[in-house]
Structures are given as C-alpha cells and as structure tokens.
Design a binder for this molecule. Structure first.
Ligand SMILES: [Zn+2]
Ligand SMILES: [Zn+2]
Length: 332
C-alpha cells in the first residue's frame, strides 16, 4: 500500500514525510482493517512530524481516519465488513489501570494513539481495534466527517471541561479546525461566543458561523467571559485569557502542546479561576460528539489535499493558511 512515512522528525518545510510502499496491515483479534478514504490533518500531526512530541518511529501519521471496513479479525462484533467508520486519536486503552477503571480512559497509563504509537491514516489501509472505532453520521460525506474525529471530539471535550453553561458567554482563543466545530455546539447551547484570533480569514469564518464578537486576544474586554477554551498553542495568551475571565471561570487548554506560559500575577488566577488542560478524549466523548454532529448538523469547512501532497498540506496548516480543516483524500 502507499503510505506517507515519517522516519526522522524535522521542520515540515524540509518535507519529512516520504511516500513509501508498505505491506498492508492485517487485522489481529478484535481489530478491523479499514480501506482509508480520507484522513484529516491535525496540529498534533504537525507536532509529531516536527518532533515536538514523540511516539514510535518510523510512523505513518494521521488520526482522523474515515474509511470502510474491508476485513475483521476474530471476535469482532461491533462492526461488519462494508460499514463506514472513523478511527480517532485514542487507538486503544488498557481497560485495567486506575484511569480506565474510573471512566477516564483518555488518561490510560498504557494508552496507544493512532498515527503516533501505531500507524495511522496517511495511507491506503489502517488497522484499529473495532471497539475504539466510531460510526459516522449518515448525513456526512467522508471528507466533511474527518474533522469531527479529532478537532470535533477534542473541541467537544474542551467545551465540557470549560464548564460553560447554556446562555453564558464563552471565549474561544484561536479559530482553526477544532474551534470552528466547538462554536457550533456552543451556539446550539445558547451561548454567546467571543472569538479571539489573528488571521483575517479565521475572523471572517468566526463571524459567518455566528460569533457575537471577533477580535484579537489583547482586545477581549476584562472580566467578560464565564468560560474560555484556548485552541491556539500559545502560552503567552494564557494570562490574556485569564484577564478576560470572570470570577470562578474556567479556562480549558485544548492543545497537546503549548509554548511556555509566562510568569504572571497571582491576581489573574485569584477568585477561584481555574486553568486546566484537556488530554485526549474517551469513546463516550467520541460517540456524543458524533450524535451532536448528526443532529445539529455541524457544518465543517474542509480544504482537501492529495495524499502525495501531505508535506505541503502540513506547511499550509503550520502557516494557518487552511480554510477550516485540512483533509487528505486517499485515491486507491
Ligand atoms: Zn488504562
Ligand atoms: Zn488530533
């Protein structure tokens, strides 16, 4: 099968992904083999490819996989050959550690992540445990469903962890693939959404999707937000977001990676403001998000790229030049 393989992480401008011929994987007991149709691009792929975070090497990145089940291993009951499913970031959890046993499989001690510990979807085929694959709502085509699988799921979990309540004022910092989905859920909950982002294109999309206010982080008036979610991996914005947060408000940091958070005055945190990170997501998050996506229905903006253009697509992602979410189309 054709696959984009990362052997040695380096800057995406140096085209670290190599188009390679690999043997197609075989599904083990409990696993499914997916004929990959599309795979979404995520900032985590960028951090993996550039070496800011490191799992297994060499690796085929990609963890927003949509495809059709081509084969199943023994004892698979959840899916059948021909089903269309998605494979998200959480490839498998052990089911036995203290986190798995307390409904926090996203924090599993032995979690494996798709396209990080196990080959992912920048390829014609991929395998995954059937129990960790999710059904895709019927009213989504493959490309528009791809961003739901990480951007959507993480955005949803970040919203939940921000403790935002219906009708409250919510701040979103950064407006890429995750935020453009999260805003639609927040609006469905009746929230007033303020979006802080620099790019003119991102500001335009935020307005179009229903943001009540759009500007830069420095311009958000103090003491206005009940909750906020930081999607931008920019630690320097954390004090800015805290300044805008009301007493008792929560700031959820949605990224797997962030530049250092600068030293700040305690008064920014005082009055019971909370800062918390969001790490991965559970299968329940995935199922709930898919259900919401089908009901609302969530509109995803995608820009497609061929598998062969994965390096260029990641460069565009790095420069915030992608309109909505980037998706690789896998031609067989
Ligand atoms: Zn576990
Ligand atoms: Zn991701």
């Amino acid at each position: 099968m054709k696959a984009q393989l990362l052997r040695r992480p380096r800057s995406v401008e140096q085209s670290p992904l190599e188009m390679t011929e690999l043997p197609a994987p075989t599904p083990a007991d409990g696993e499914l083999l997916l004929r990959v149709h599309v795979c979404g691009l995520c900032h985590t792929d960028l951090h993996t490819v550039e070496g800011e975070i490191s799992g297994k090497l060499p690796i085929v990145p990609g963890h927003q996989i949509v495809g059709v089940v081509e084969k199943v291993g023994r004892s698979v009951r959840e899916v059948r050959v021909g089903d269309r499913v998605g494979v998200p970031w959480l490839h498998r959890a052990c089911g036995e550690c203290e986190f798995c046993r307390s409904d926090r499989e996203n924090l599993c001690e032995r979690a494996q992540f798709t396209g990080f510990h196990v080959n992912g979807g920048y390829a014609e085929y991929a395998v995954a445990p059937a129990a960790f694959a999710v059904k895709i709502p019927d009213n989504f085509d493959d490309a528009h469903a791809a961003p739901l699988l990480c951007a959507g799921i993480i955005g949803y979990r970040a919203l939940r962890l921000s403790n935002v309540r219906p009708q409250q004022t919510l701040g979103l910092y950064g407006f890429g693939a995750s935020a453009h989905i999260a805003i639609q859920i927040a609006l469905r909950w009746g929230c007033e959404v303020h979006v802080a982002t620099r790019g003119a294109e991102h500001q335009r999309l935020a307005k179009e999707l229903g943001a009540a206010w759009v500007g830069t982080a420095e311009d958000v008036p103090a003491d206005t937000l009940h909750s906020a979610v930081m999607f931008a991996p920019a630690g320097a914005l954390v004090p800015e977001a805290l300044r805008a947060l009301r007493k008792g408000g929560t700031l959820a940091l949605a990224g797997i990676y962030m530049t250092p958070i600068p030293e700040m005055k305690y008064e920014l945190l005082y009055h019971e403001r909370m800062v918390r990170s969001v790490a991965n997501a559970t299968r329940d998050d995935a199922r709930q998000l898919m259900q919401l996506a089908g009901q609302i229905p969530i509109r995803t903006e995608v820009q497609t790229f061929p598998l062969a253009g994965a390096n260029d697509a990641l460069v565009a992602l790095k420069r915030s030049e992608i309109h909505g979410a980037g998706v690789l189309i896998i031609d067989h």
